[in-house]
Write a protein that binds this ligand. Structure first.
Ligand code: MN
Length: 244
């Protein structure tokens, strides 16, 4: 029984059921959890392409460090928080974001970092292999934001004028309207603390670690080029899911 790790323990409600029914009493459960190995419920997702695949828009070295060092660090530090707050390992990231104000700052920073980067890798793809905007998304971008060019300009401007580190966003808000926003640090529009809330459809990382090796201080050039690796197939899917 003691060999059952935290990961298996939280990973399956069936396992919990079996565990609980084999305990002499339910009151023993907390001591088993406290004695379990350090929980690691969060893990770094593999990049969906090779690190050089987004050249020349995103250089290989930036991609390797961004994914393998920065995102890994958010995952490791979020696991450290989950060791202290086991409930974190047992909830979808979206639910964690929605109640982020009740948790300590490291959960906000690293939980946000893990959510944001997991999304970010998936909404990029090698240029020429990234699909096109669906008709339903294009129509909504036109009706809500004045067209594709206007949307890109507004999102780039929000990302460009975000002082310091943060993210620019295209979101679907609670009125099911597309809107543009930006957030500081690793905050995102799913968080209960966000000024403008909604479901992220596109999020562009404008921390210097996302672009500085290639673009140095030219954040605007990075943003302009970013659209050449936008993965419209993934973005269309995010929009469809959020629209339901
Ligand atoms: Mn980043």
């Amino acid at each position: 029984m003691n060999k059952i790790g935290r990961r298996e323990f939280i990973g399956s409600s069936a396992a919990i059921l079996i565990l609980n029914t084999t305990l002499s009493s339910f009151s023993e459960a907390p001591s088993i959890m406290a004695n379990a190995a350090t929980p690691t419920p969060f893990s770094l997702p593999a990049l969906p392409y090779a690190p050089e695949a987004l050249e020349p828009t995103v250089d290989t070295e930036t991609m390797k460090i961004h994914h393998g060092k920065h995102h890994q660090a958010y995952v490791d530090k979020l696991n450290e928080q989950a060791a202290k707050l086991p409930e974190l390992g047992d909830m979808p990231l979206e639910r964690m974001m929605a109640q982020i104000s009740k948790y300590p700052a490291p959960v906000r920073n690293n939980g946000g970092g893990h959510y944001n980067h997991s999304m970010f890798w998936n909404i990029m793809a090698p240029a020429g292999n990234a699909g096109t905007p669906s008709k339903s998304l294009s129509d909504r971008i036109t009706s809500d934001l004045g067209g594709m060019d206007a949307m890109k300009e507004a999102l780039n401007n929000a990302a460009l004028t975000r002082f310091g580190s943060g993210w620019g966003w295209l979101i679907l808000n609670s009125d099911k309207k597309l809107a543009i926003s930006s957030t500081p640090n690793q905050d995102n529009p799913l968080m209960d603390v966000a000024e403008m809330k909604g479901t992220p459809i596109i999020g562009i990382d404008v921390w210097e670690h996302a672009y500085y090796l290639k673009y140095q201080n030219k954040r605007a050039d990075y943003l302009k080029n970013w659209w050449t690796v936008a993965n419209w197939t993934a973005i269309n899917e995010r929009f469809e899911k959020a629209s339901k």
